[in-house]
Design a protein around this ligand. Structure first.
Ligand SMILES: Nc1ncnc2c1ncn2[C@@H]1O[C@H](COP(=O)(O)OP(=O)(O)OP(=O)(O)O)[C@@H](O)[C@H]1O
Length: 929
């Protein structure tokens, strides 16, 4: 069992021919933007910022010039006076707004990169100007130079003091159609509309705000005379006897500052995950809103809930103009992206985020100052405030390299900042043509005598869902039957019909957006919540644009299936990268099976690997069978320790000075290849792991491009409850994966349906994408922190493992022919680590771990010290004596104080199946021993 590494494979995914480049994509015609709406970019948009700067400066100068001419009466020469005259002729009295308007435009051009998109401002400003010109021309509210007479049409003297040529032309047009009263009404209405557009306010918000203001004022006025102030302020209430009751109200206080730390020393690391899991209450109903990285203040749950319910008005502008409020550094409301088109959804309708499954939505993401953290050593105290050391501190404390596989003080997590994040405009869904599609949908349904109206639209990164309310008496199934006709009417290749939208009295029609957005992993990635396991992965964005993540430990096993090129590997990469971003090898160990040899080879150097990336189906079958043994062993230990799951077991282990056991995630990239080689063994092992391994922290992700019943057998399906389906070619395939139709309507390229454990609802997600460069950076970060401590015995056939490493017959619990060599080696090195022994003695992990335990019992090396290497307690001068005793005495009592204790490293577990269990010879998968 030599400790070898998989030779670097040169085949790269880049070289892999990409099938179905436009897999499931929309037809060219459908994908092309409508004429006049976002076709080729206007010429001015191709200018560079330095050119915009110069134009902006020119406009500022012009504005100053106009101020002198128009406000201060200076003479501007022929050009200046001509300019002013022209402006006044065109815009009338509104021309006096020209200097500030020109200055504002200049500033906007100069500050363009710092400003959010200005579309609503632009249309608001234009509408406002037109309204003012019309009002001046109509003489509304006594503005302008009064009514004009037919003979004086268009003369400069007439139009200048009024609305200019534009205003007068508007007035002329409107008044001849609707009379002058119509011009007044339209002018005032357009003025109000312009103000609303410009400010982003809504009438409802103004009314509500005024009401709220009034309420607050009245409450304040009522309180003042009662003389209730400060701490004694109370809410007055009368009981049945009309007696005033005082209900003391505790004044709001800031959280008490953390206790000052006693004692010197390094900044304690952040608390262990186990502790976090205990402290953090489970809140699966967290609303689907997250703060973008870099936002200054996390949005409180109260704000979020209120904003979703529509009761609060603070975020009104954000809902109306996500493009204005969605910039970096500001609180951004990812949900709801869409607004009701016709009427507000019924209050009885269940909000989407209350779905009862484990897809949870991340809480606010921490600001980017969180760069890395280190896993604390078992005996280090956790800080009361969970303070994390800075990256600088970590770097100072952890010189990289050295002889040990794990850095001395633990691992440094990668900076999530290495992930690509979409540009601001790409974060917003493409809502172009939404209203037209809604109209076309209603019209197409009407042709088939289905009376419906669109009550809501929800836009996500790749599709928009139109929610329809059907007229009474019309069957939902009728809409479902019209799927192909509706696709034809909308010129869309793939539409999906939800009849009904789960939890709503509506039928949903999901139509691909004209422009699809790529969801980068960086757009959705955030720290896992407190109660999540290190196996938390980010999947992508749902239909409303909210990030979706799943805790694989809760799933507890996942099936990922879809045709070739649909995005399975992309999904597996996003999962693995999510884990590598927040979990150390002490938290999670990986077994990666990649029969195609090109999908998972990026990860072959990360220290999380428990085996080299497995490419041989036969070895993969062995690994699965050995994972069953590991599972049984863990169950045995759990039964002895009287614990019920990995978290409890790890707590006990840490208390007893043992290392916690990591989660194990086994990812099989192509299940079909394994099922061809050893169907019975593979199926048996998968079923056994899937049935039992959840409690002991062993989880499976099974991916396949062959959604056939001979690959995804009934037994596998029954035991792998969480499924992700990518695009498939038929409804039959969809039913094999999900037990229902739907996946045949997906668009490919990361479009997926997620069916988590315990839910019959499917969540449509645009998968998060991470490219090869990002993966390379991520894996390089880990590779430089040490090599993986491989358990290559996991690749051996189960019988061979028994014979070599765990068999009862050939190995005594406390002797080993290599013990003397091991002692010599550690004394020479001055430190002892399992990985060091593995390398130098060329033994497997199990045996090296056992040698360390033997040396500990003999007092040669110190006990477990977290992830640090153990100290050597004897000097080189003692070595000859120790070796002589060892050779002479059969290896039992080498050191005076350690020889009598022959207990194995683990108490004999009570597992039923394995020989190891009875001897206690199994060495746990604990890293860094
Ligand atoms: N989440 C995503 N967002 C955008 N594009 C994606 C996404 N996932 C995959 N793609 C695109 O689809 C192509 C195929 O994806 P991928 O290789 O993951 O498919 P696959 O289902 O694993 O195919 P195969 O089974 O042949 O390996 C990728 O090259 C990429 O361009």
């Amino acid at each position: 069992m030599s400790r070898t590494r998989t030779p670097a494979r040169t085949a790269s995914k880049a070289a892999k021919p990409k099938k179905r480049a436009a897999a499931g994509g929309r037809s060219k015609a459908a994908a092309r933007p409508r004429a006049g709406k976002g076709g080729s970019l206007p010429a001015w948009r191709s200018l560079e910022q330095r050119q915009f700067d110069q134009i902006g400066l020119g406009l500022l100068a012009l504005s100053v010039f106009l101020v002198f001419l128009m406000y201060l009466g200076s003479w501007g020469g022929a050009i200046g006076d001509g300019l002013v005259g022209g402006l006044r002729s065109v815009f009338g009295q509104v021309a006096y707004l020209a200097p500030p308007a020109v200055a504002a435009t200049g500033l906007l051009l100069i500050l363009r990169p710092l400003l959010p998109a200005l579309r609503p401002f632009r249309s608001g400003a234009v509408l406002l100007l037109l309204a003012l010109m019309l009002l001046f021309a109509s003489g509304t509210f006594g503005l302008g130079g009064g009514a004009r007479h037919g003979s004086e049409l268009w003369s400069a003297e007439i139009v200048r003091p009024r609305g200019g040529v534009i205003g007068d032309a508007l007035y002329w047009g409107i008044s001849s159609l609707l009379g002058s009263i119509g011009a007044h009404v339209i002018g005032v209405t357009a003025l109000l509309a312009g103000v609303l557009l410009l400010t982003g306010a809504s009438i409802a918000s103004m009314v509500s705000r005024t009401g709220e203001g009034l309420r607050q004022t009245t409450t304040a006025l009522r309180r003042v005379p009662s003389g209730m102030t400060g701490e004694s302020r109370a809410v007055g209430r009368r009981d049945a006897d009309d007696e005033e009751l005082e209900i003391p109200v505790t004044p709001r206080r800031r959280a008490a500052p953390p206790e000052p730390r006693t004692g010197e020393g390094p900044v304690p690391p952040r608390p262990k995950r186990v502790a976090e899991a205990d402290l953090a209450p489970e809140d699966e109903s967290a609303p689907r809103v997250r703060r973008r990285r870099g936002a200054a203040e996390p949005a409180t749950g109260e704000e979020i809930t209120a904003s979703r319910g529509g009761g609060r008005t603070e975020l009104d502008g954000a809902r109306r103009y996500p493009d204005l409020f969605g910039e970096e550094g500001e609180t951004r409301l990812d949900l709801p992206v869409a607004e009701p088109v016709d009427e507000a959804p019924e209050p009885v309708e269940e909000p989407e985020h209350e779905e009862d499954f484990t897809v949870v939505v991340p809480p606010p993401v921490e600001p980017p100052t969180r760069v890395a953290r280190v896993r604390p050593a078992a005996d280090e105290p956790a800080t009361a405030d969970g303070e994390r050391p800075t990256l600088q501190e970590l770097r100072e404390r952890q010189p990289m390299g050295g002889d040990h596989d794990a850095p001395e003080d633990g691992y440094v997590l990668p900076d999530p900042g290495l992930l690509k994040v979409s540009a601001a405009d790409q974060l917003r869904p493409d809502t172009a043509g939404q209203a037209e599609t809604a109209d076309a949908l209603v019209e197409a349904l009407a042709h088939f005598k289905v009376d419906a109206k669109v009550i809501n639209t929800v836009a996500g990164p790749h599709i928009t869902r139109y929610e329809l309310r059907l007229a009474p008496g019309i069957k939902m199934s009728k809409v479902a039957q019209l799927k192909d006709d509706l696709a034809y009417a909308l010129a869309a290749t793939d539409i999906r019909i939800l009849a009904p939208v789960p939890g709503k009295t509506a039928v949903g029609v999901e139509v691909p957006n004209k422009r699809r957005r790529i969801v980068h992993l960086g757009d959705v990635y955030g720290d896992p919540p407190g109660d999540a396991s290190p196996l938390t992965v980010w999947l992508g964005k749902d239909v409303s644009g909210a990030p979706v993540y799943a805790d694989l430990a809760k799933m507890p096993h996942m099936l990922v299936a879809g045709t070739t090129g649909a995005g399975k590997s992309g999904c597996v990469n996003a999962m693995l990268s999510s884990i590598l971003l927040h979990a150390t090898p002490d938290d999670v160990r990986l077994v990666l099976v990649d029969p195609k040899q090109v999908e998972l080879n990026h990860y072959e150097a990360v220290p999380h690997l428990l085996t080299p990336v497995i490419t041989s189906p036969k070895m993969a079958a062995n690994a699965l069978q050995n994972l069953v043994r590991e599972m049984e062993w863990r169950y045995g230990v759990m039964s002895v320790k009287k614990t019920r799951n990995l978290i409890e077991l790890n707590k006990v282990r840490v208390e007893e000075g043992d290392e916690p056991l990591p989660y194990i995630l086994c990812v099989i990239d192509e299940l079909a290849d394994l099922m061809m080689v050893a169907p019975a063994d593979v199926e048996d092992a998968i079923i056994r792991i899937a049935q039992k391994a959840r409690a002991v922290g062993i989880h499976l992700v099974l991916a396949t491009q062959s959604p056939r019943v001979d690959v995804i057998t009934g037994m596998i399906k029954a035991n792998v409850p969480s499924r992700i389906a990518f695009s498939v070619s038929s409804q039959t395939d969809s039913r094999v994966i999900l037990d229902q139709n739907g996946a045949e309507s997906l668009l490919g390229r990361g479009d997926m349906l997620f069916n988590p454990v315990g839910s019959s609802r499917l969540t449509r997600i645009q998968g998060a994408y991470i490219d090869e460069a990002e993966i390379a950076e991520l894996t390089a970060h880990w590779a430089q922190q040490g090599e993986a401590e491989m358990r290559e015995d996991l690749l051996e056939a189960a019988e061979d493992v028994d014979a070599t490493d765990g068999g009862e017959d050939d190995l005594d619990a406390d002797t080993d022919p290599l013990l003397a060599d091991a002692i010599e080696l550690v004394v020479e090195m001055g430190a002892a680590s399992t990985s060091g022994l593995q390398r130098r003695l060329r033994v497997g992990y199990t045996r090296a771990g056992r040698l360390v335990d033997m040396m500990e019992r003999r007092g040669i090396v110190s006990g477990f010290e977290g992830s640090k290497a153990r100290q050597v307690l004897v000097s080189p001068m003692d070595l000859p004596k120790i070796l002589a005793q060892l050779r002479g005495g059969g290896g039992d009592a080498v050191a005076s104080d350690g020889g009598g204790d022959l207990d194995g490293p683990h108490p004999p577990p009570t597992g039923e199946d394995t020989a190891d269990d009875r001897t206690g010879e199994h060495t746990a998968l604990t890293p860094g021993r």
